[in-house]
Every structure is written in C-alpha cells, then in structure tokens.
Design a protein. Structure first.
Length: 123
C-alpha cells in the first residue's frame, strides 16, 4: 500500500498575523460603532418603549462582546496533523552509505602565523 503525501493547499493555511489583527480591529470597530448608534438612539427615540430597552442592552453589552471577540483570535481553527509514518516511502531503496561519503574539510589555525611571531609558544 503506497501512501502519498498531501501537501497543504494555500487556501487551507491560516491568516497571517497582520491580516488577522486587521480583521479583529475591523470587527471591534464595527461592533463599537453599532454600540454608539444604540446609545444615541436610546437617548433620542421618544416615547420610551420596548425598543429603548433594546438599544440600552446593546449599549451596555456590546462592549463586552466586542472585546471578547477581538481577543479571541482564530486559535480555535482545527489543524491537520501529518503522520510521520505516512511520510516515509516504503518502496524507496535504502541509500548506499559507502557510495555517499561526505567530504570533510578540516581547518587548522596557527595563531603565531596570524600575529607574525616566530615563537609559537607565546600566548
């Protein structure tokens, strides 16, 4: 059974932090704008009736809703976890360790040569 790796698509990625912050600020501003309208309508609409209490409830409770929604962010989005077992190619041949010897470069420093001294035992 051969497993193929499903690469994440661009549309499944979360918003960038800047875009998410802009979205939250915009949502907060709209909610507080509605709250301001509710407050003005509560004071101006006459005669006092049931709608006055609806406007008052909006003016009282919308700040709480706006702050909670702005601070919530999108951390609750489900993230698909990739299994490392599925990432392994079982049919791929094992690499030949003897054929792929890495090249090792060793650098030896001589401090006496860097200073121009002939005596190598001076610190």
């Amino acid at each position: 059974m051969k497993h193929t790796r499903n690469a994440p698509s661009v549309t499944s990625l979360p918003l960038s932090p800047q875009d998410e912050a802009k979205r939250r600020v915009r949502h907060y501003a709209v909610t507080m704008g509605i709250r301001t309208v509710c407050f003005i309508l509560m004071a101006l609409v006459q005669p006092i009736g049931w709608w006055t209490f609806v406007f008052a409830a909006g003016a009282i409770f919308l700040p709480y809703i706006a702050v909670v929604a702005a601070n919530a962010g999108s951390d609750s989005t489900p993230v698909a976890v990739e299994s490392p077992v599925l990432e392994l190619e079982p049919d791929a041949p094992a690499p030949d360790a003897a054929a792929e010897q890495p090249t090792v470069i060793t650098i030896h420093e001589d401090r006496a040569a860097d200073r121009g001294d002939d005596a190598g035992d001076a610190p």
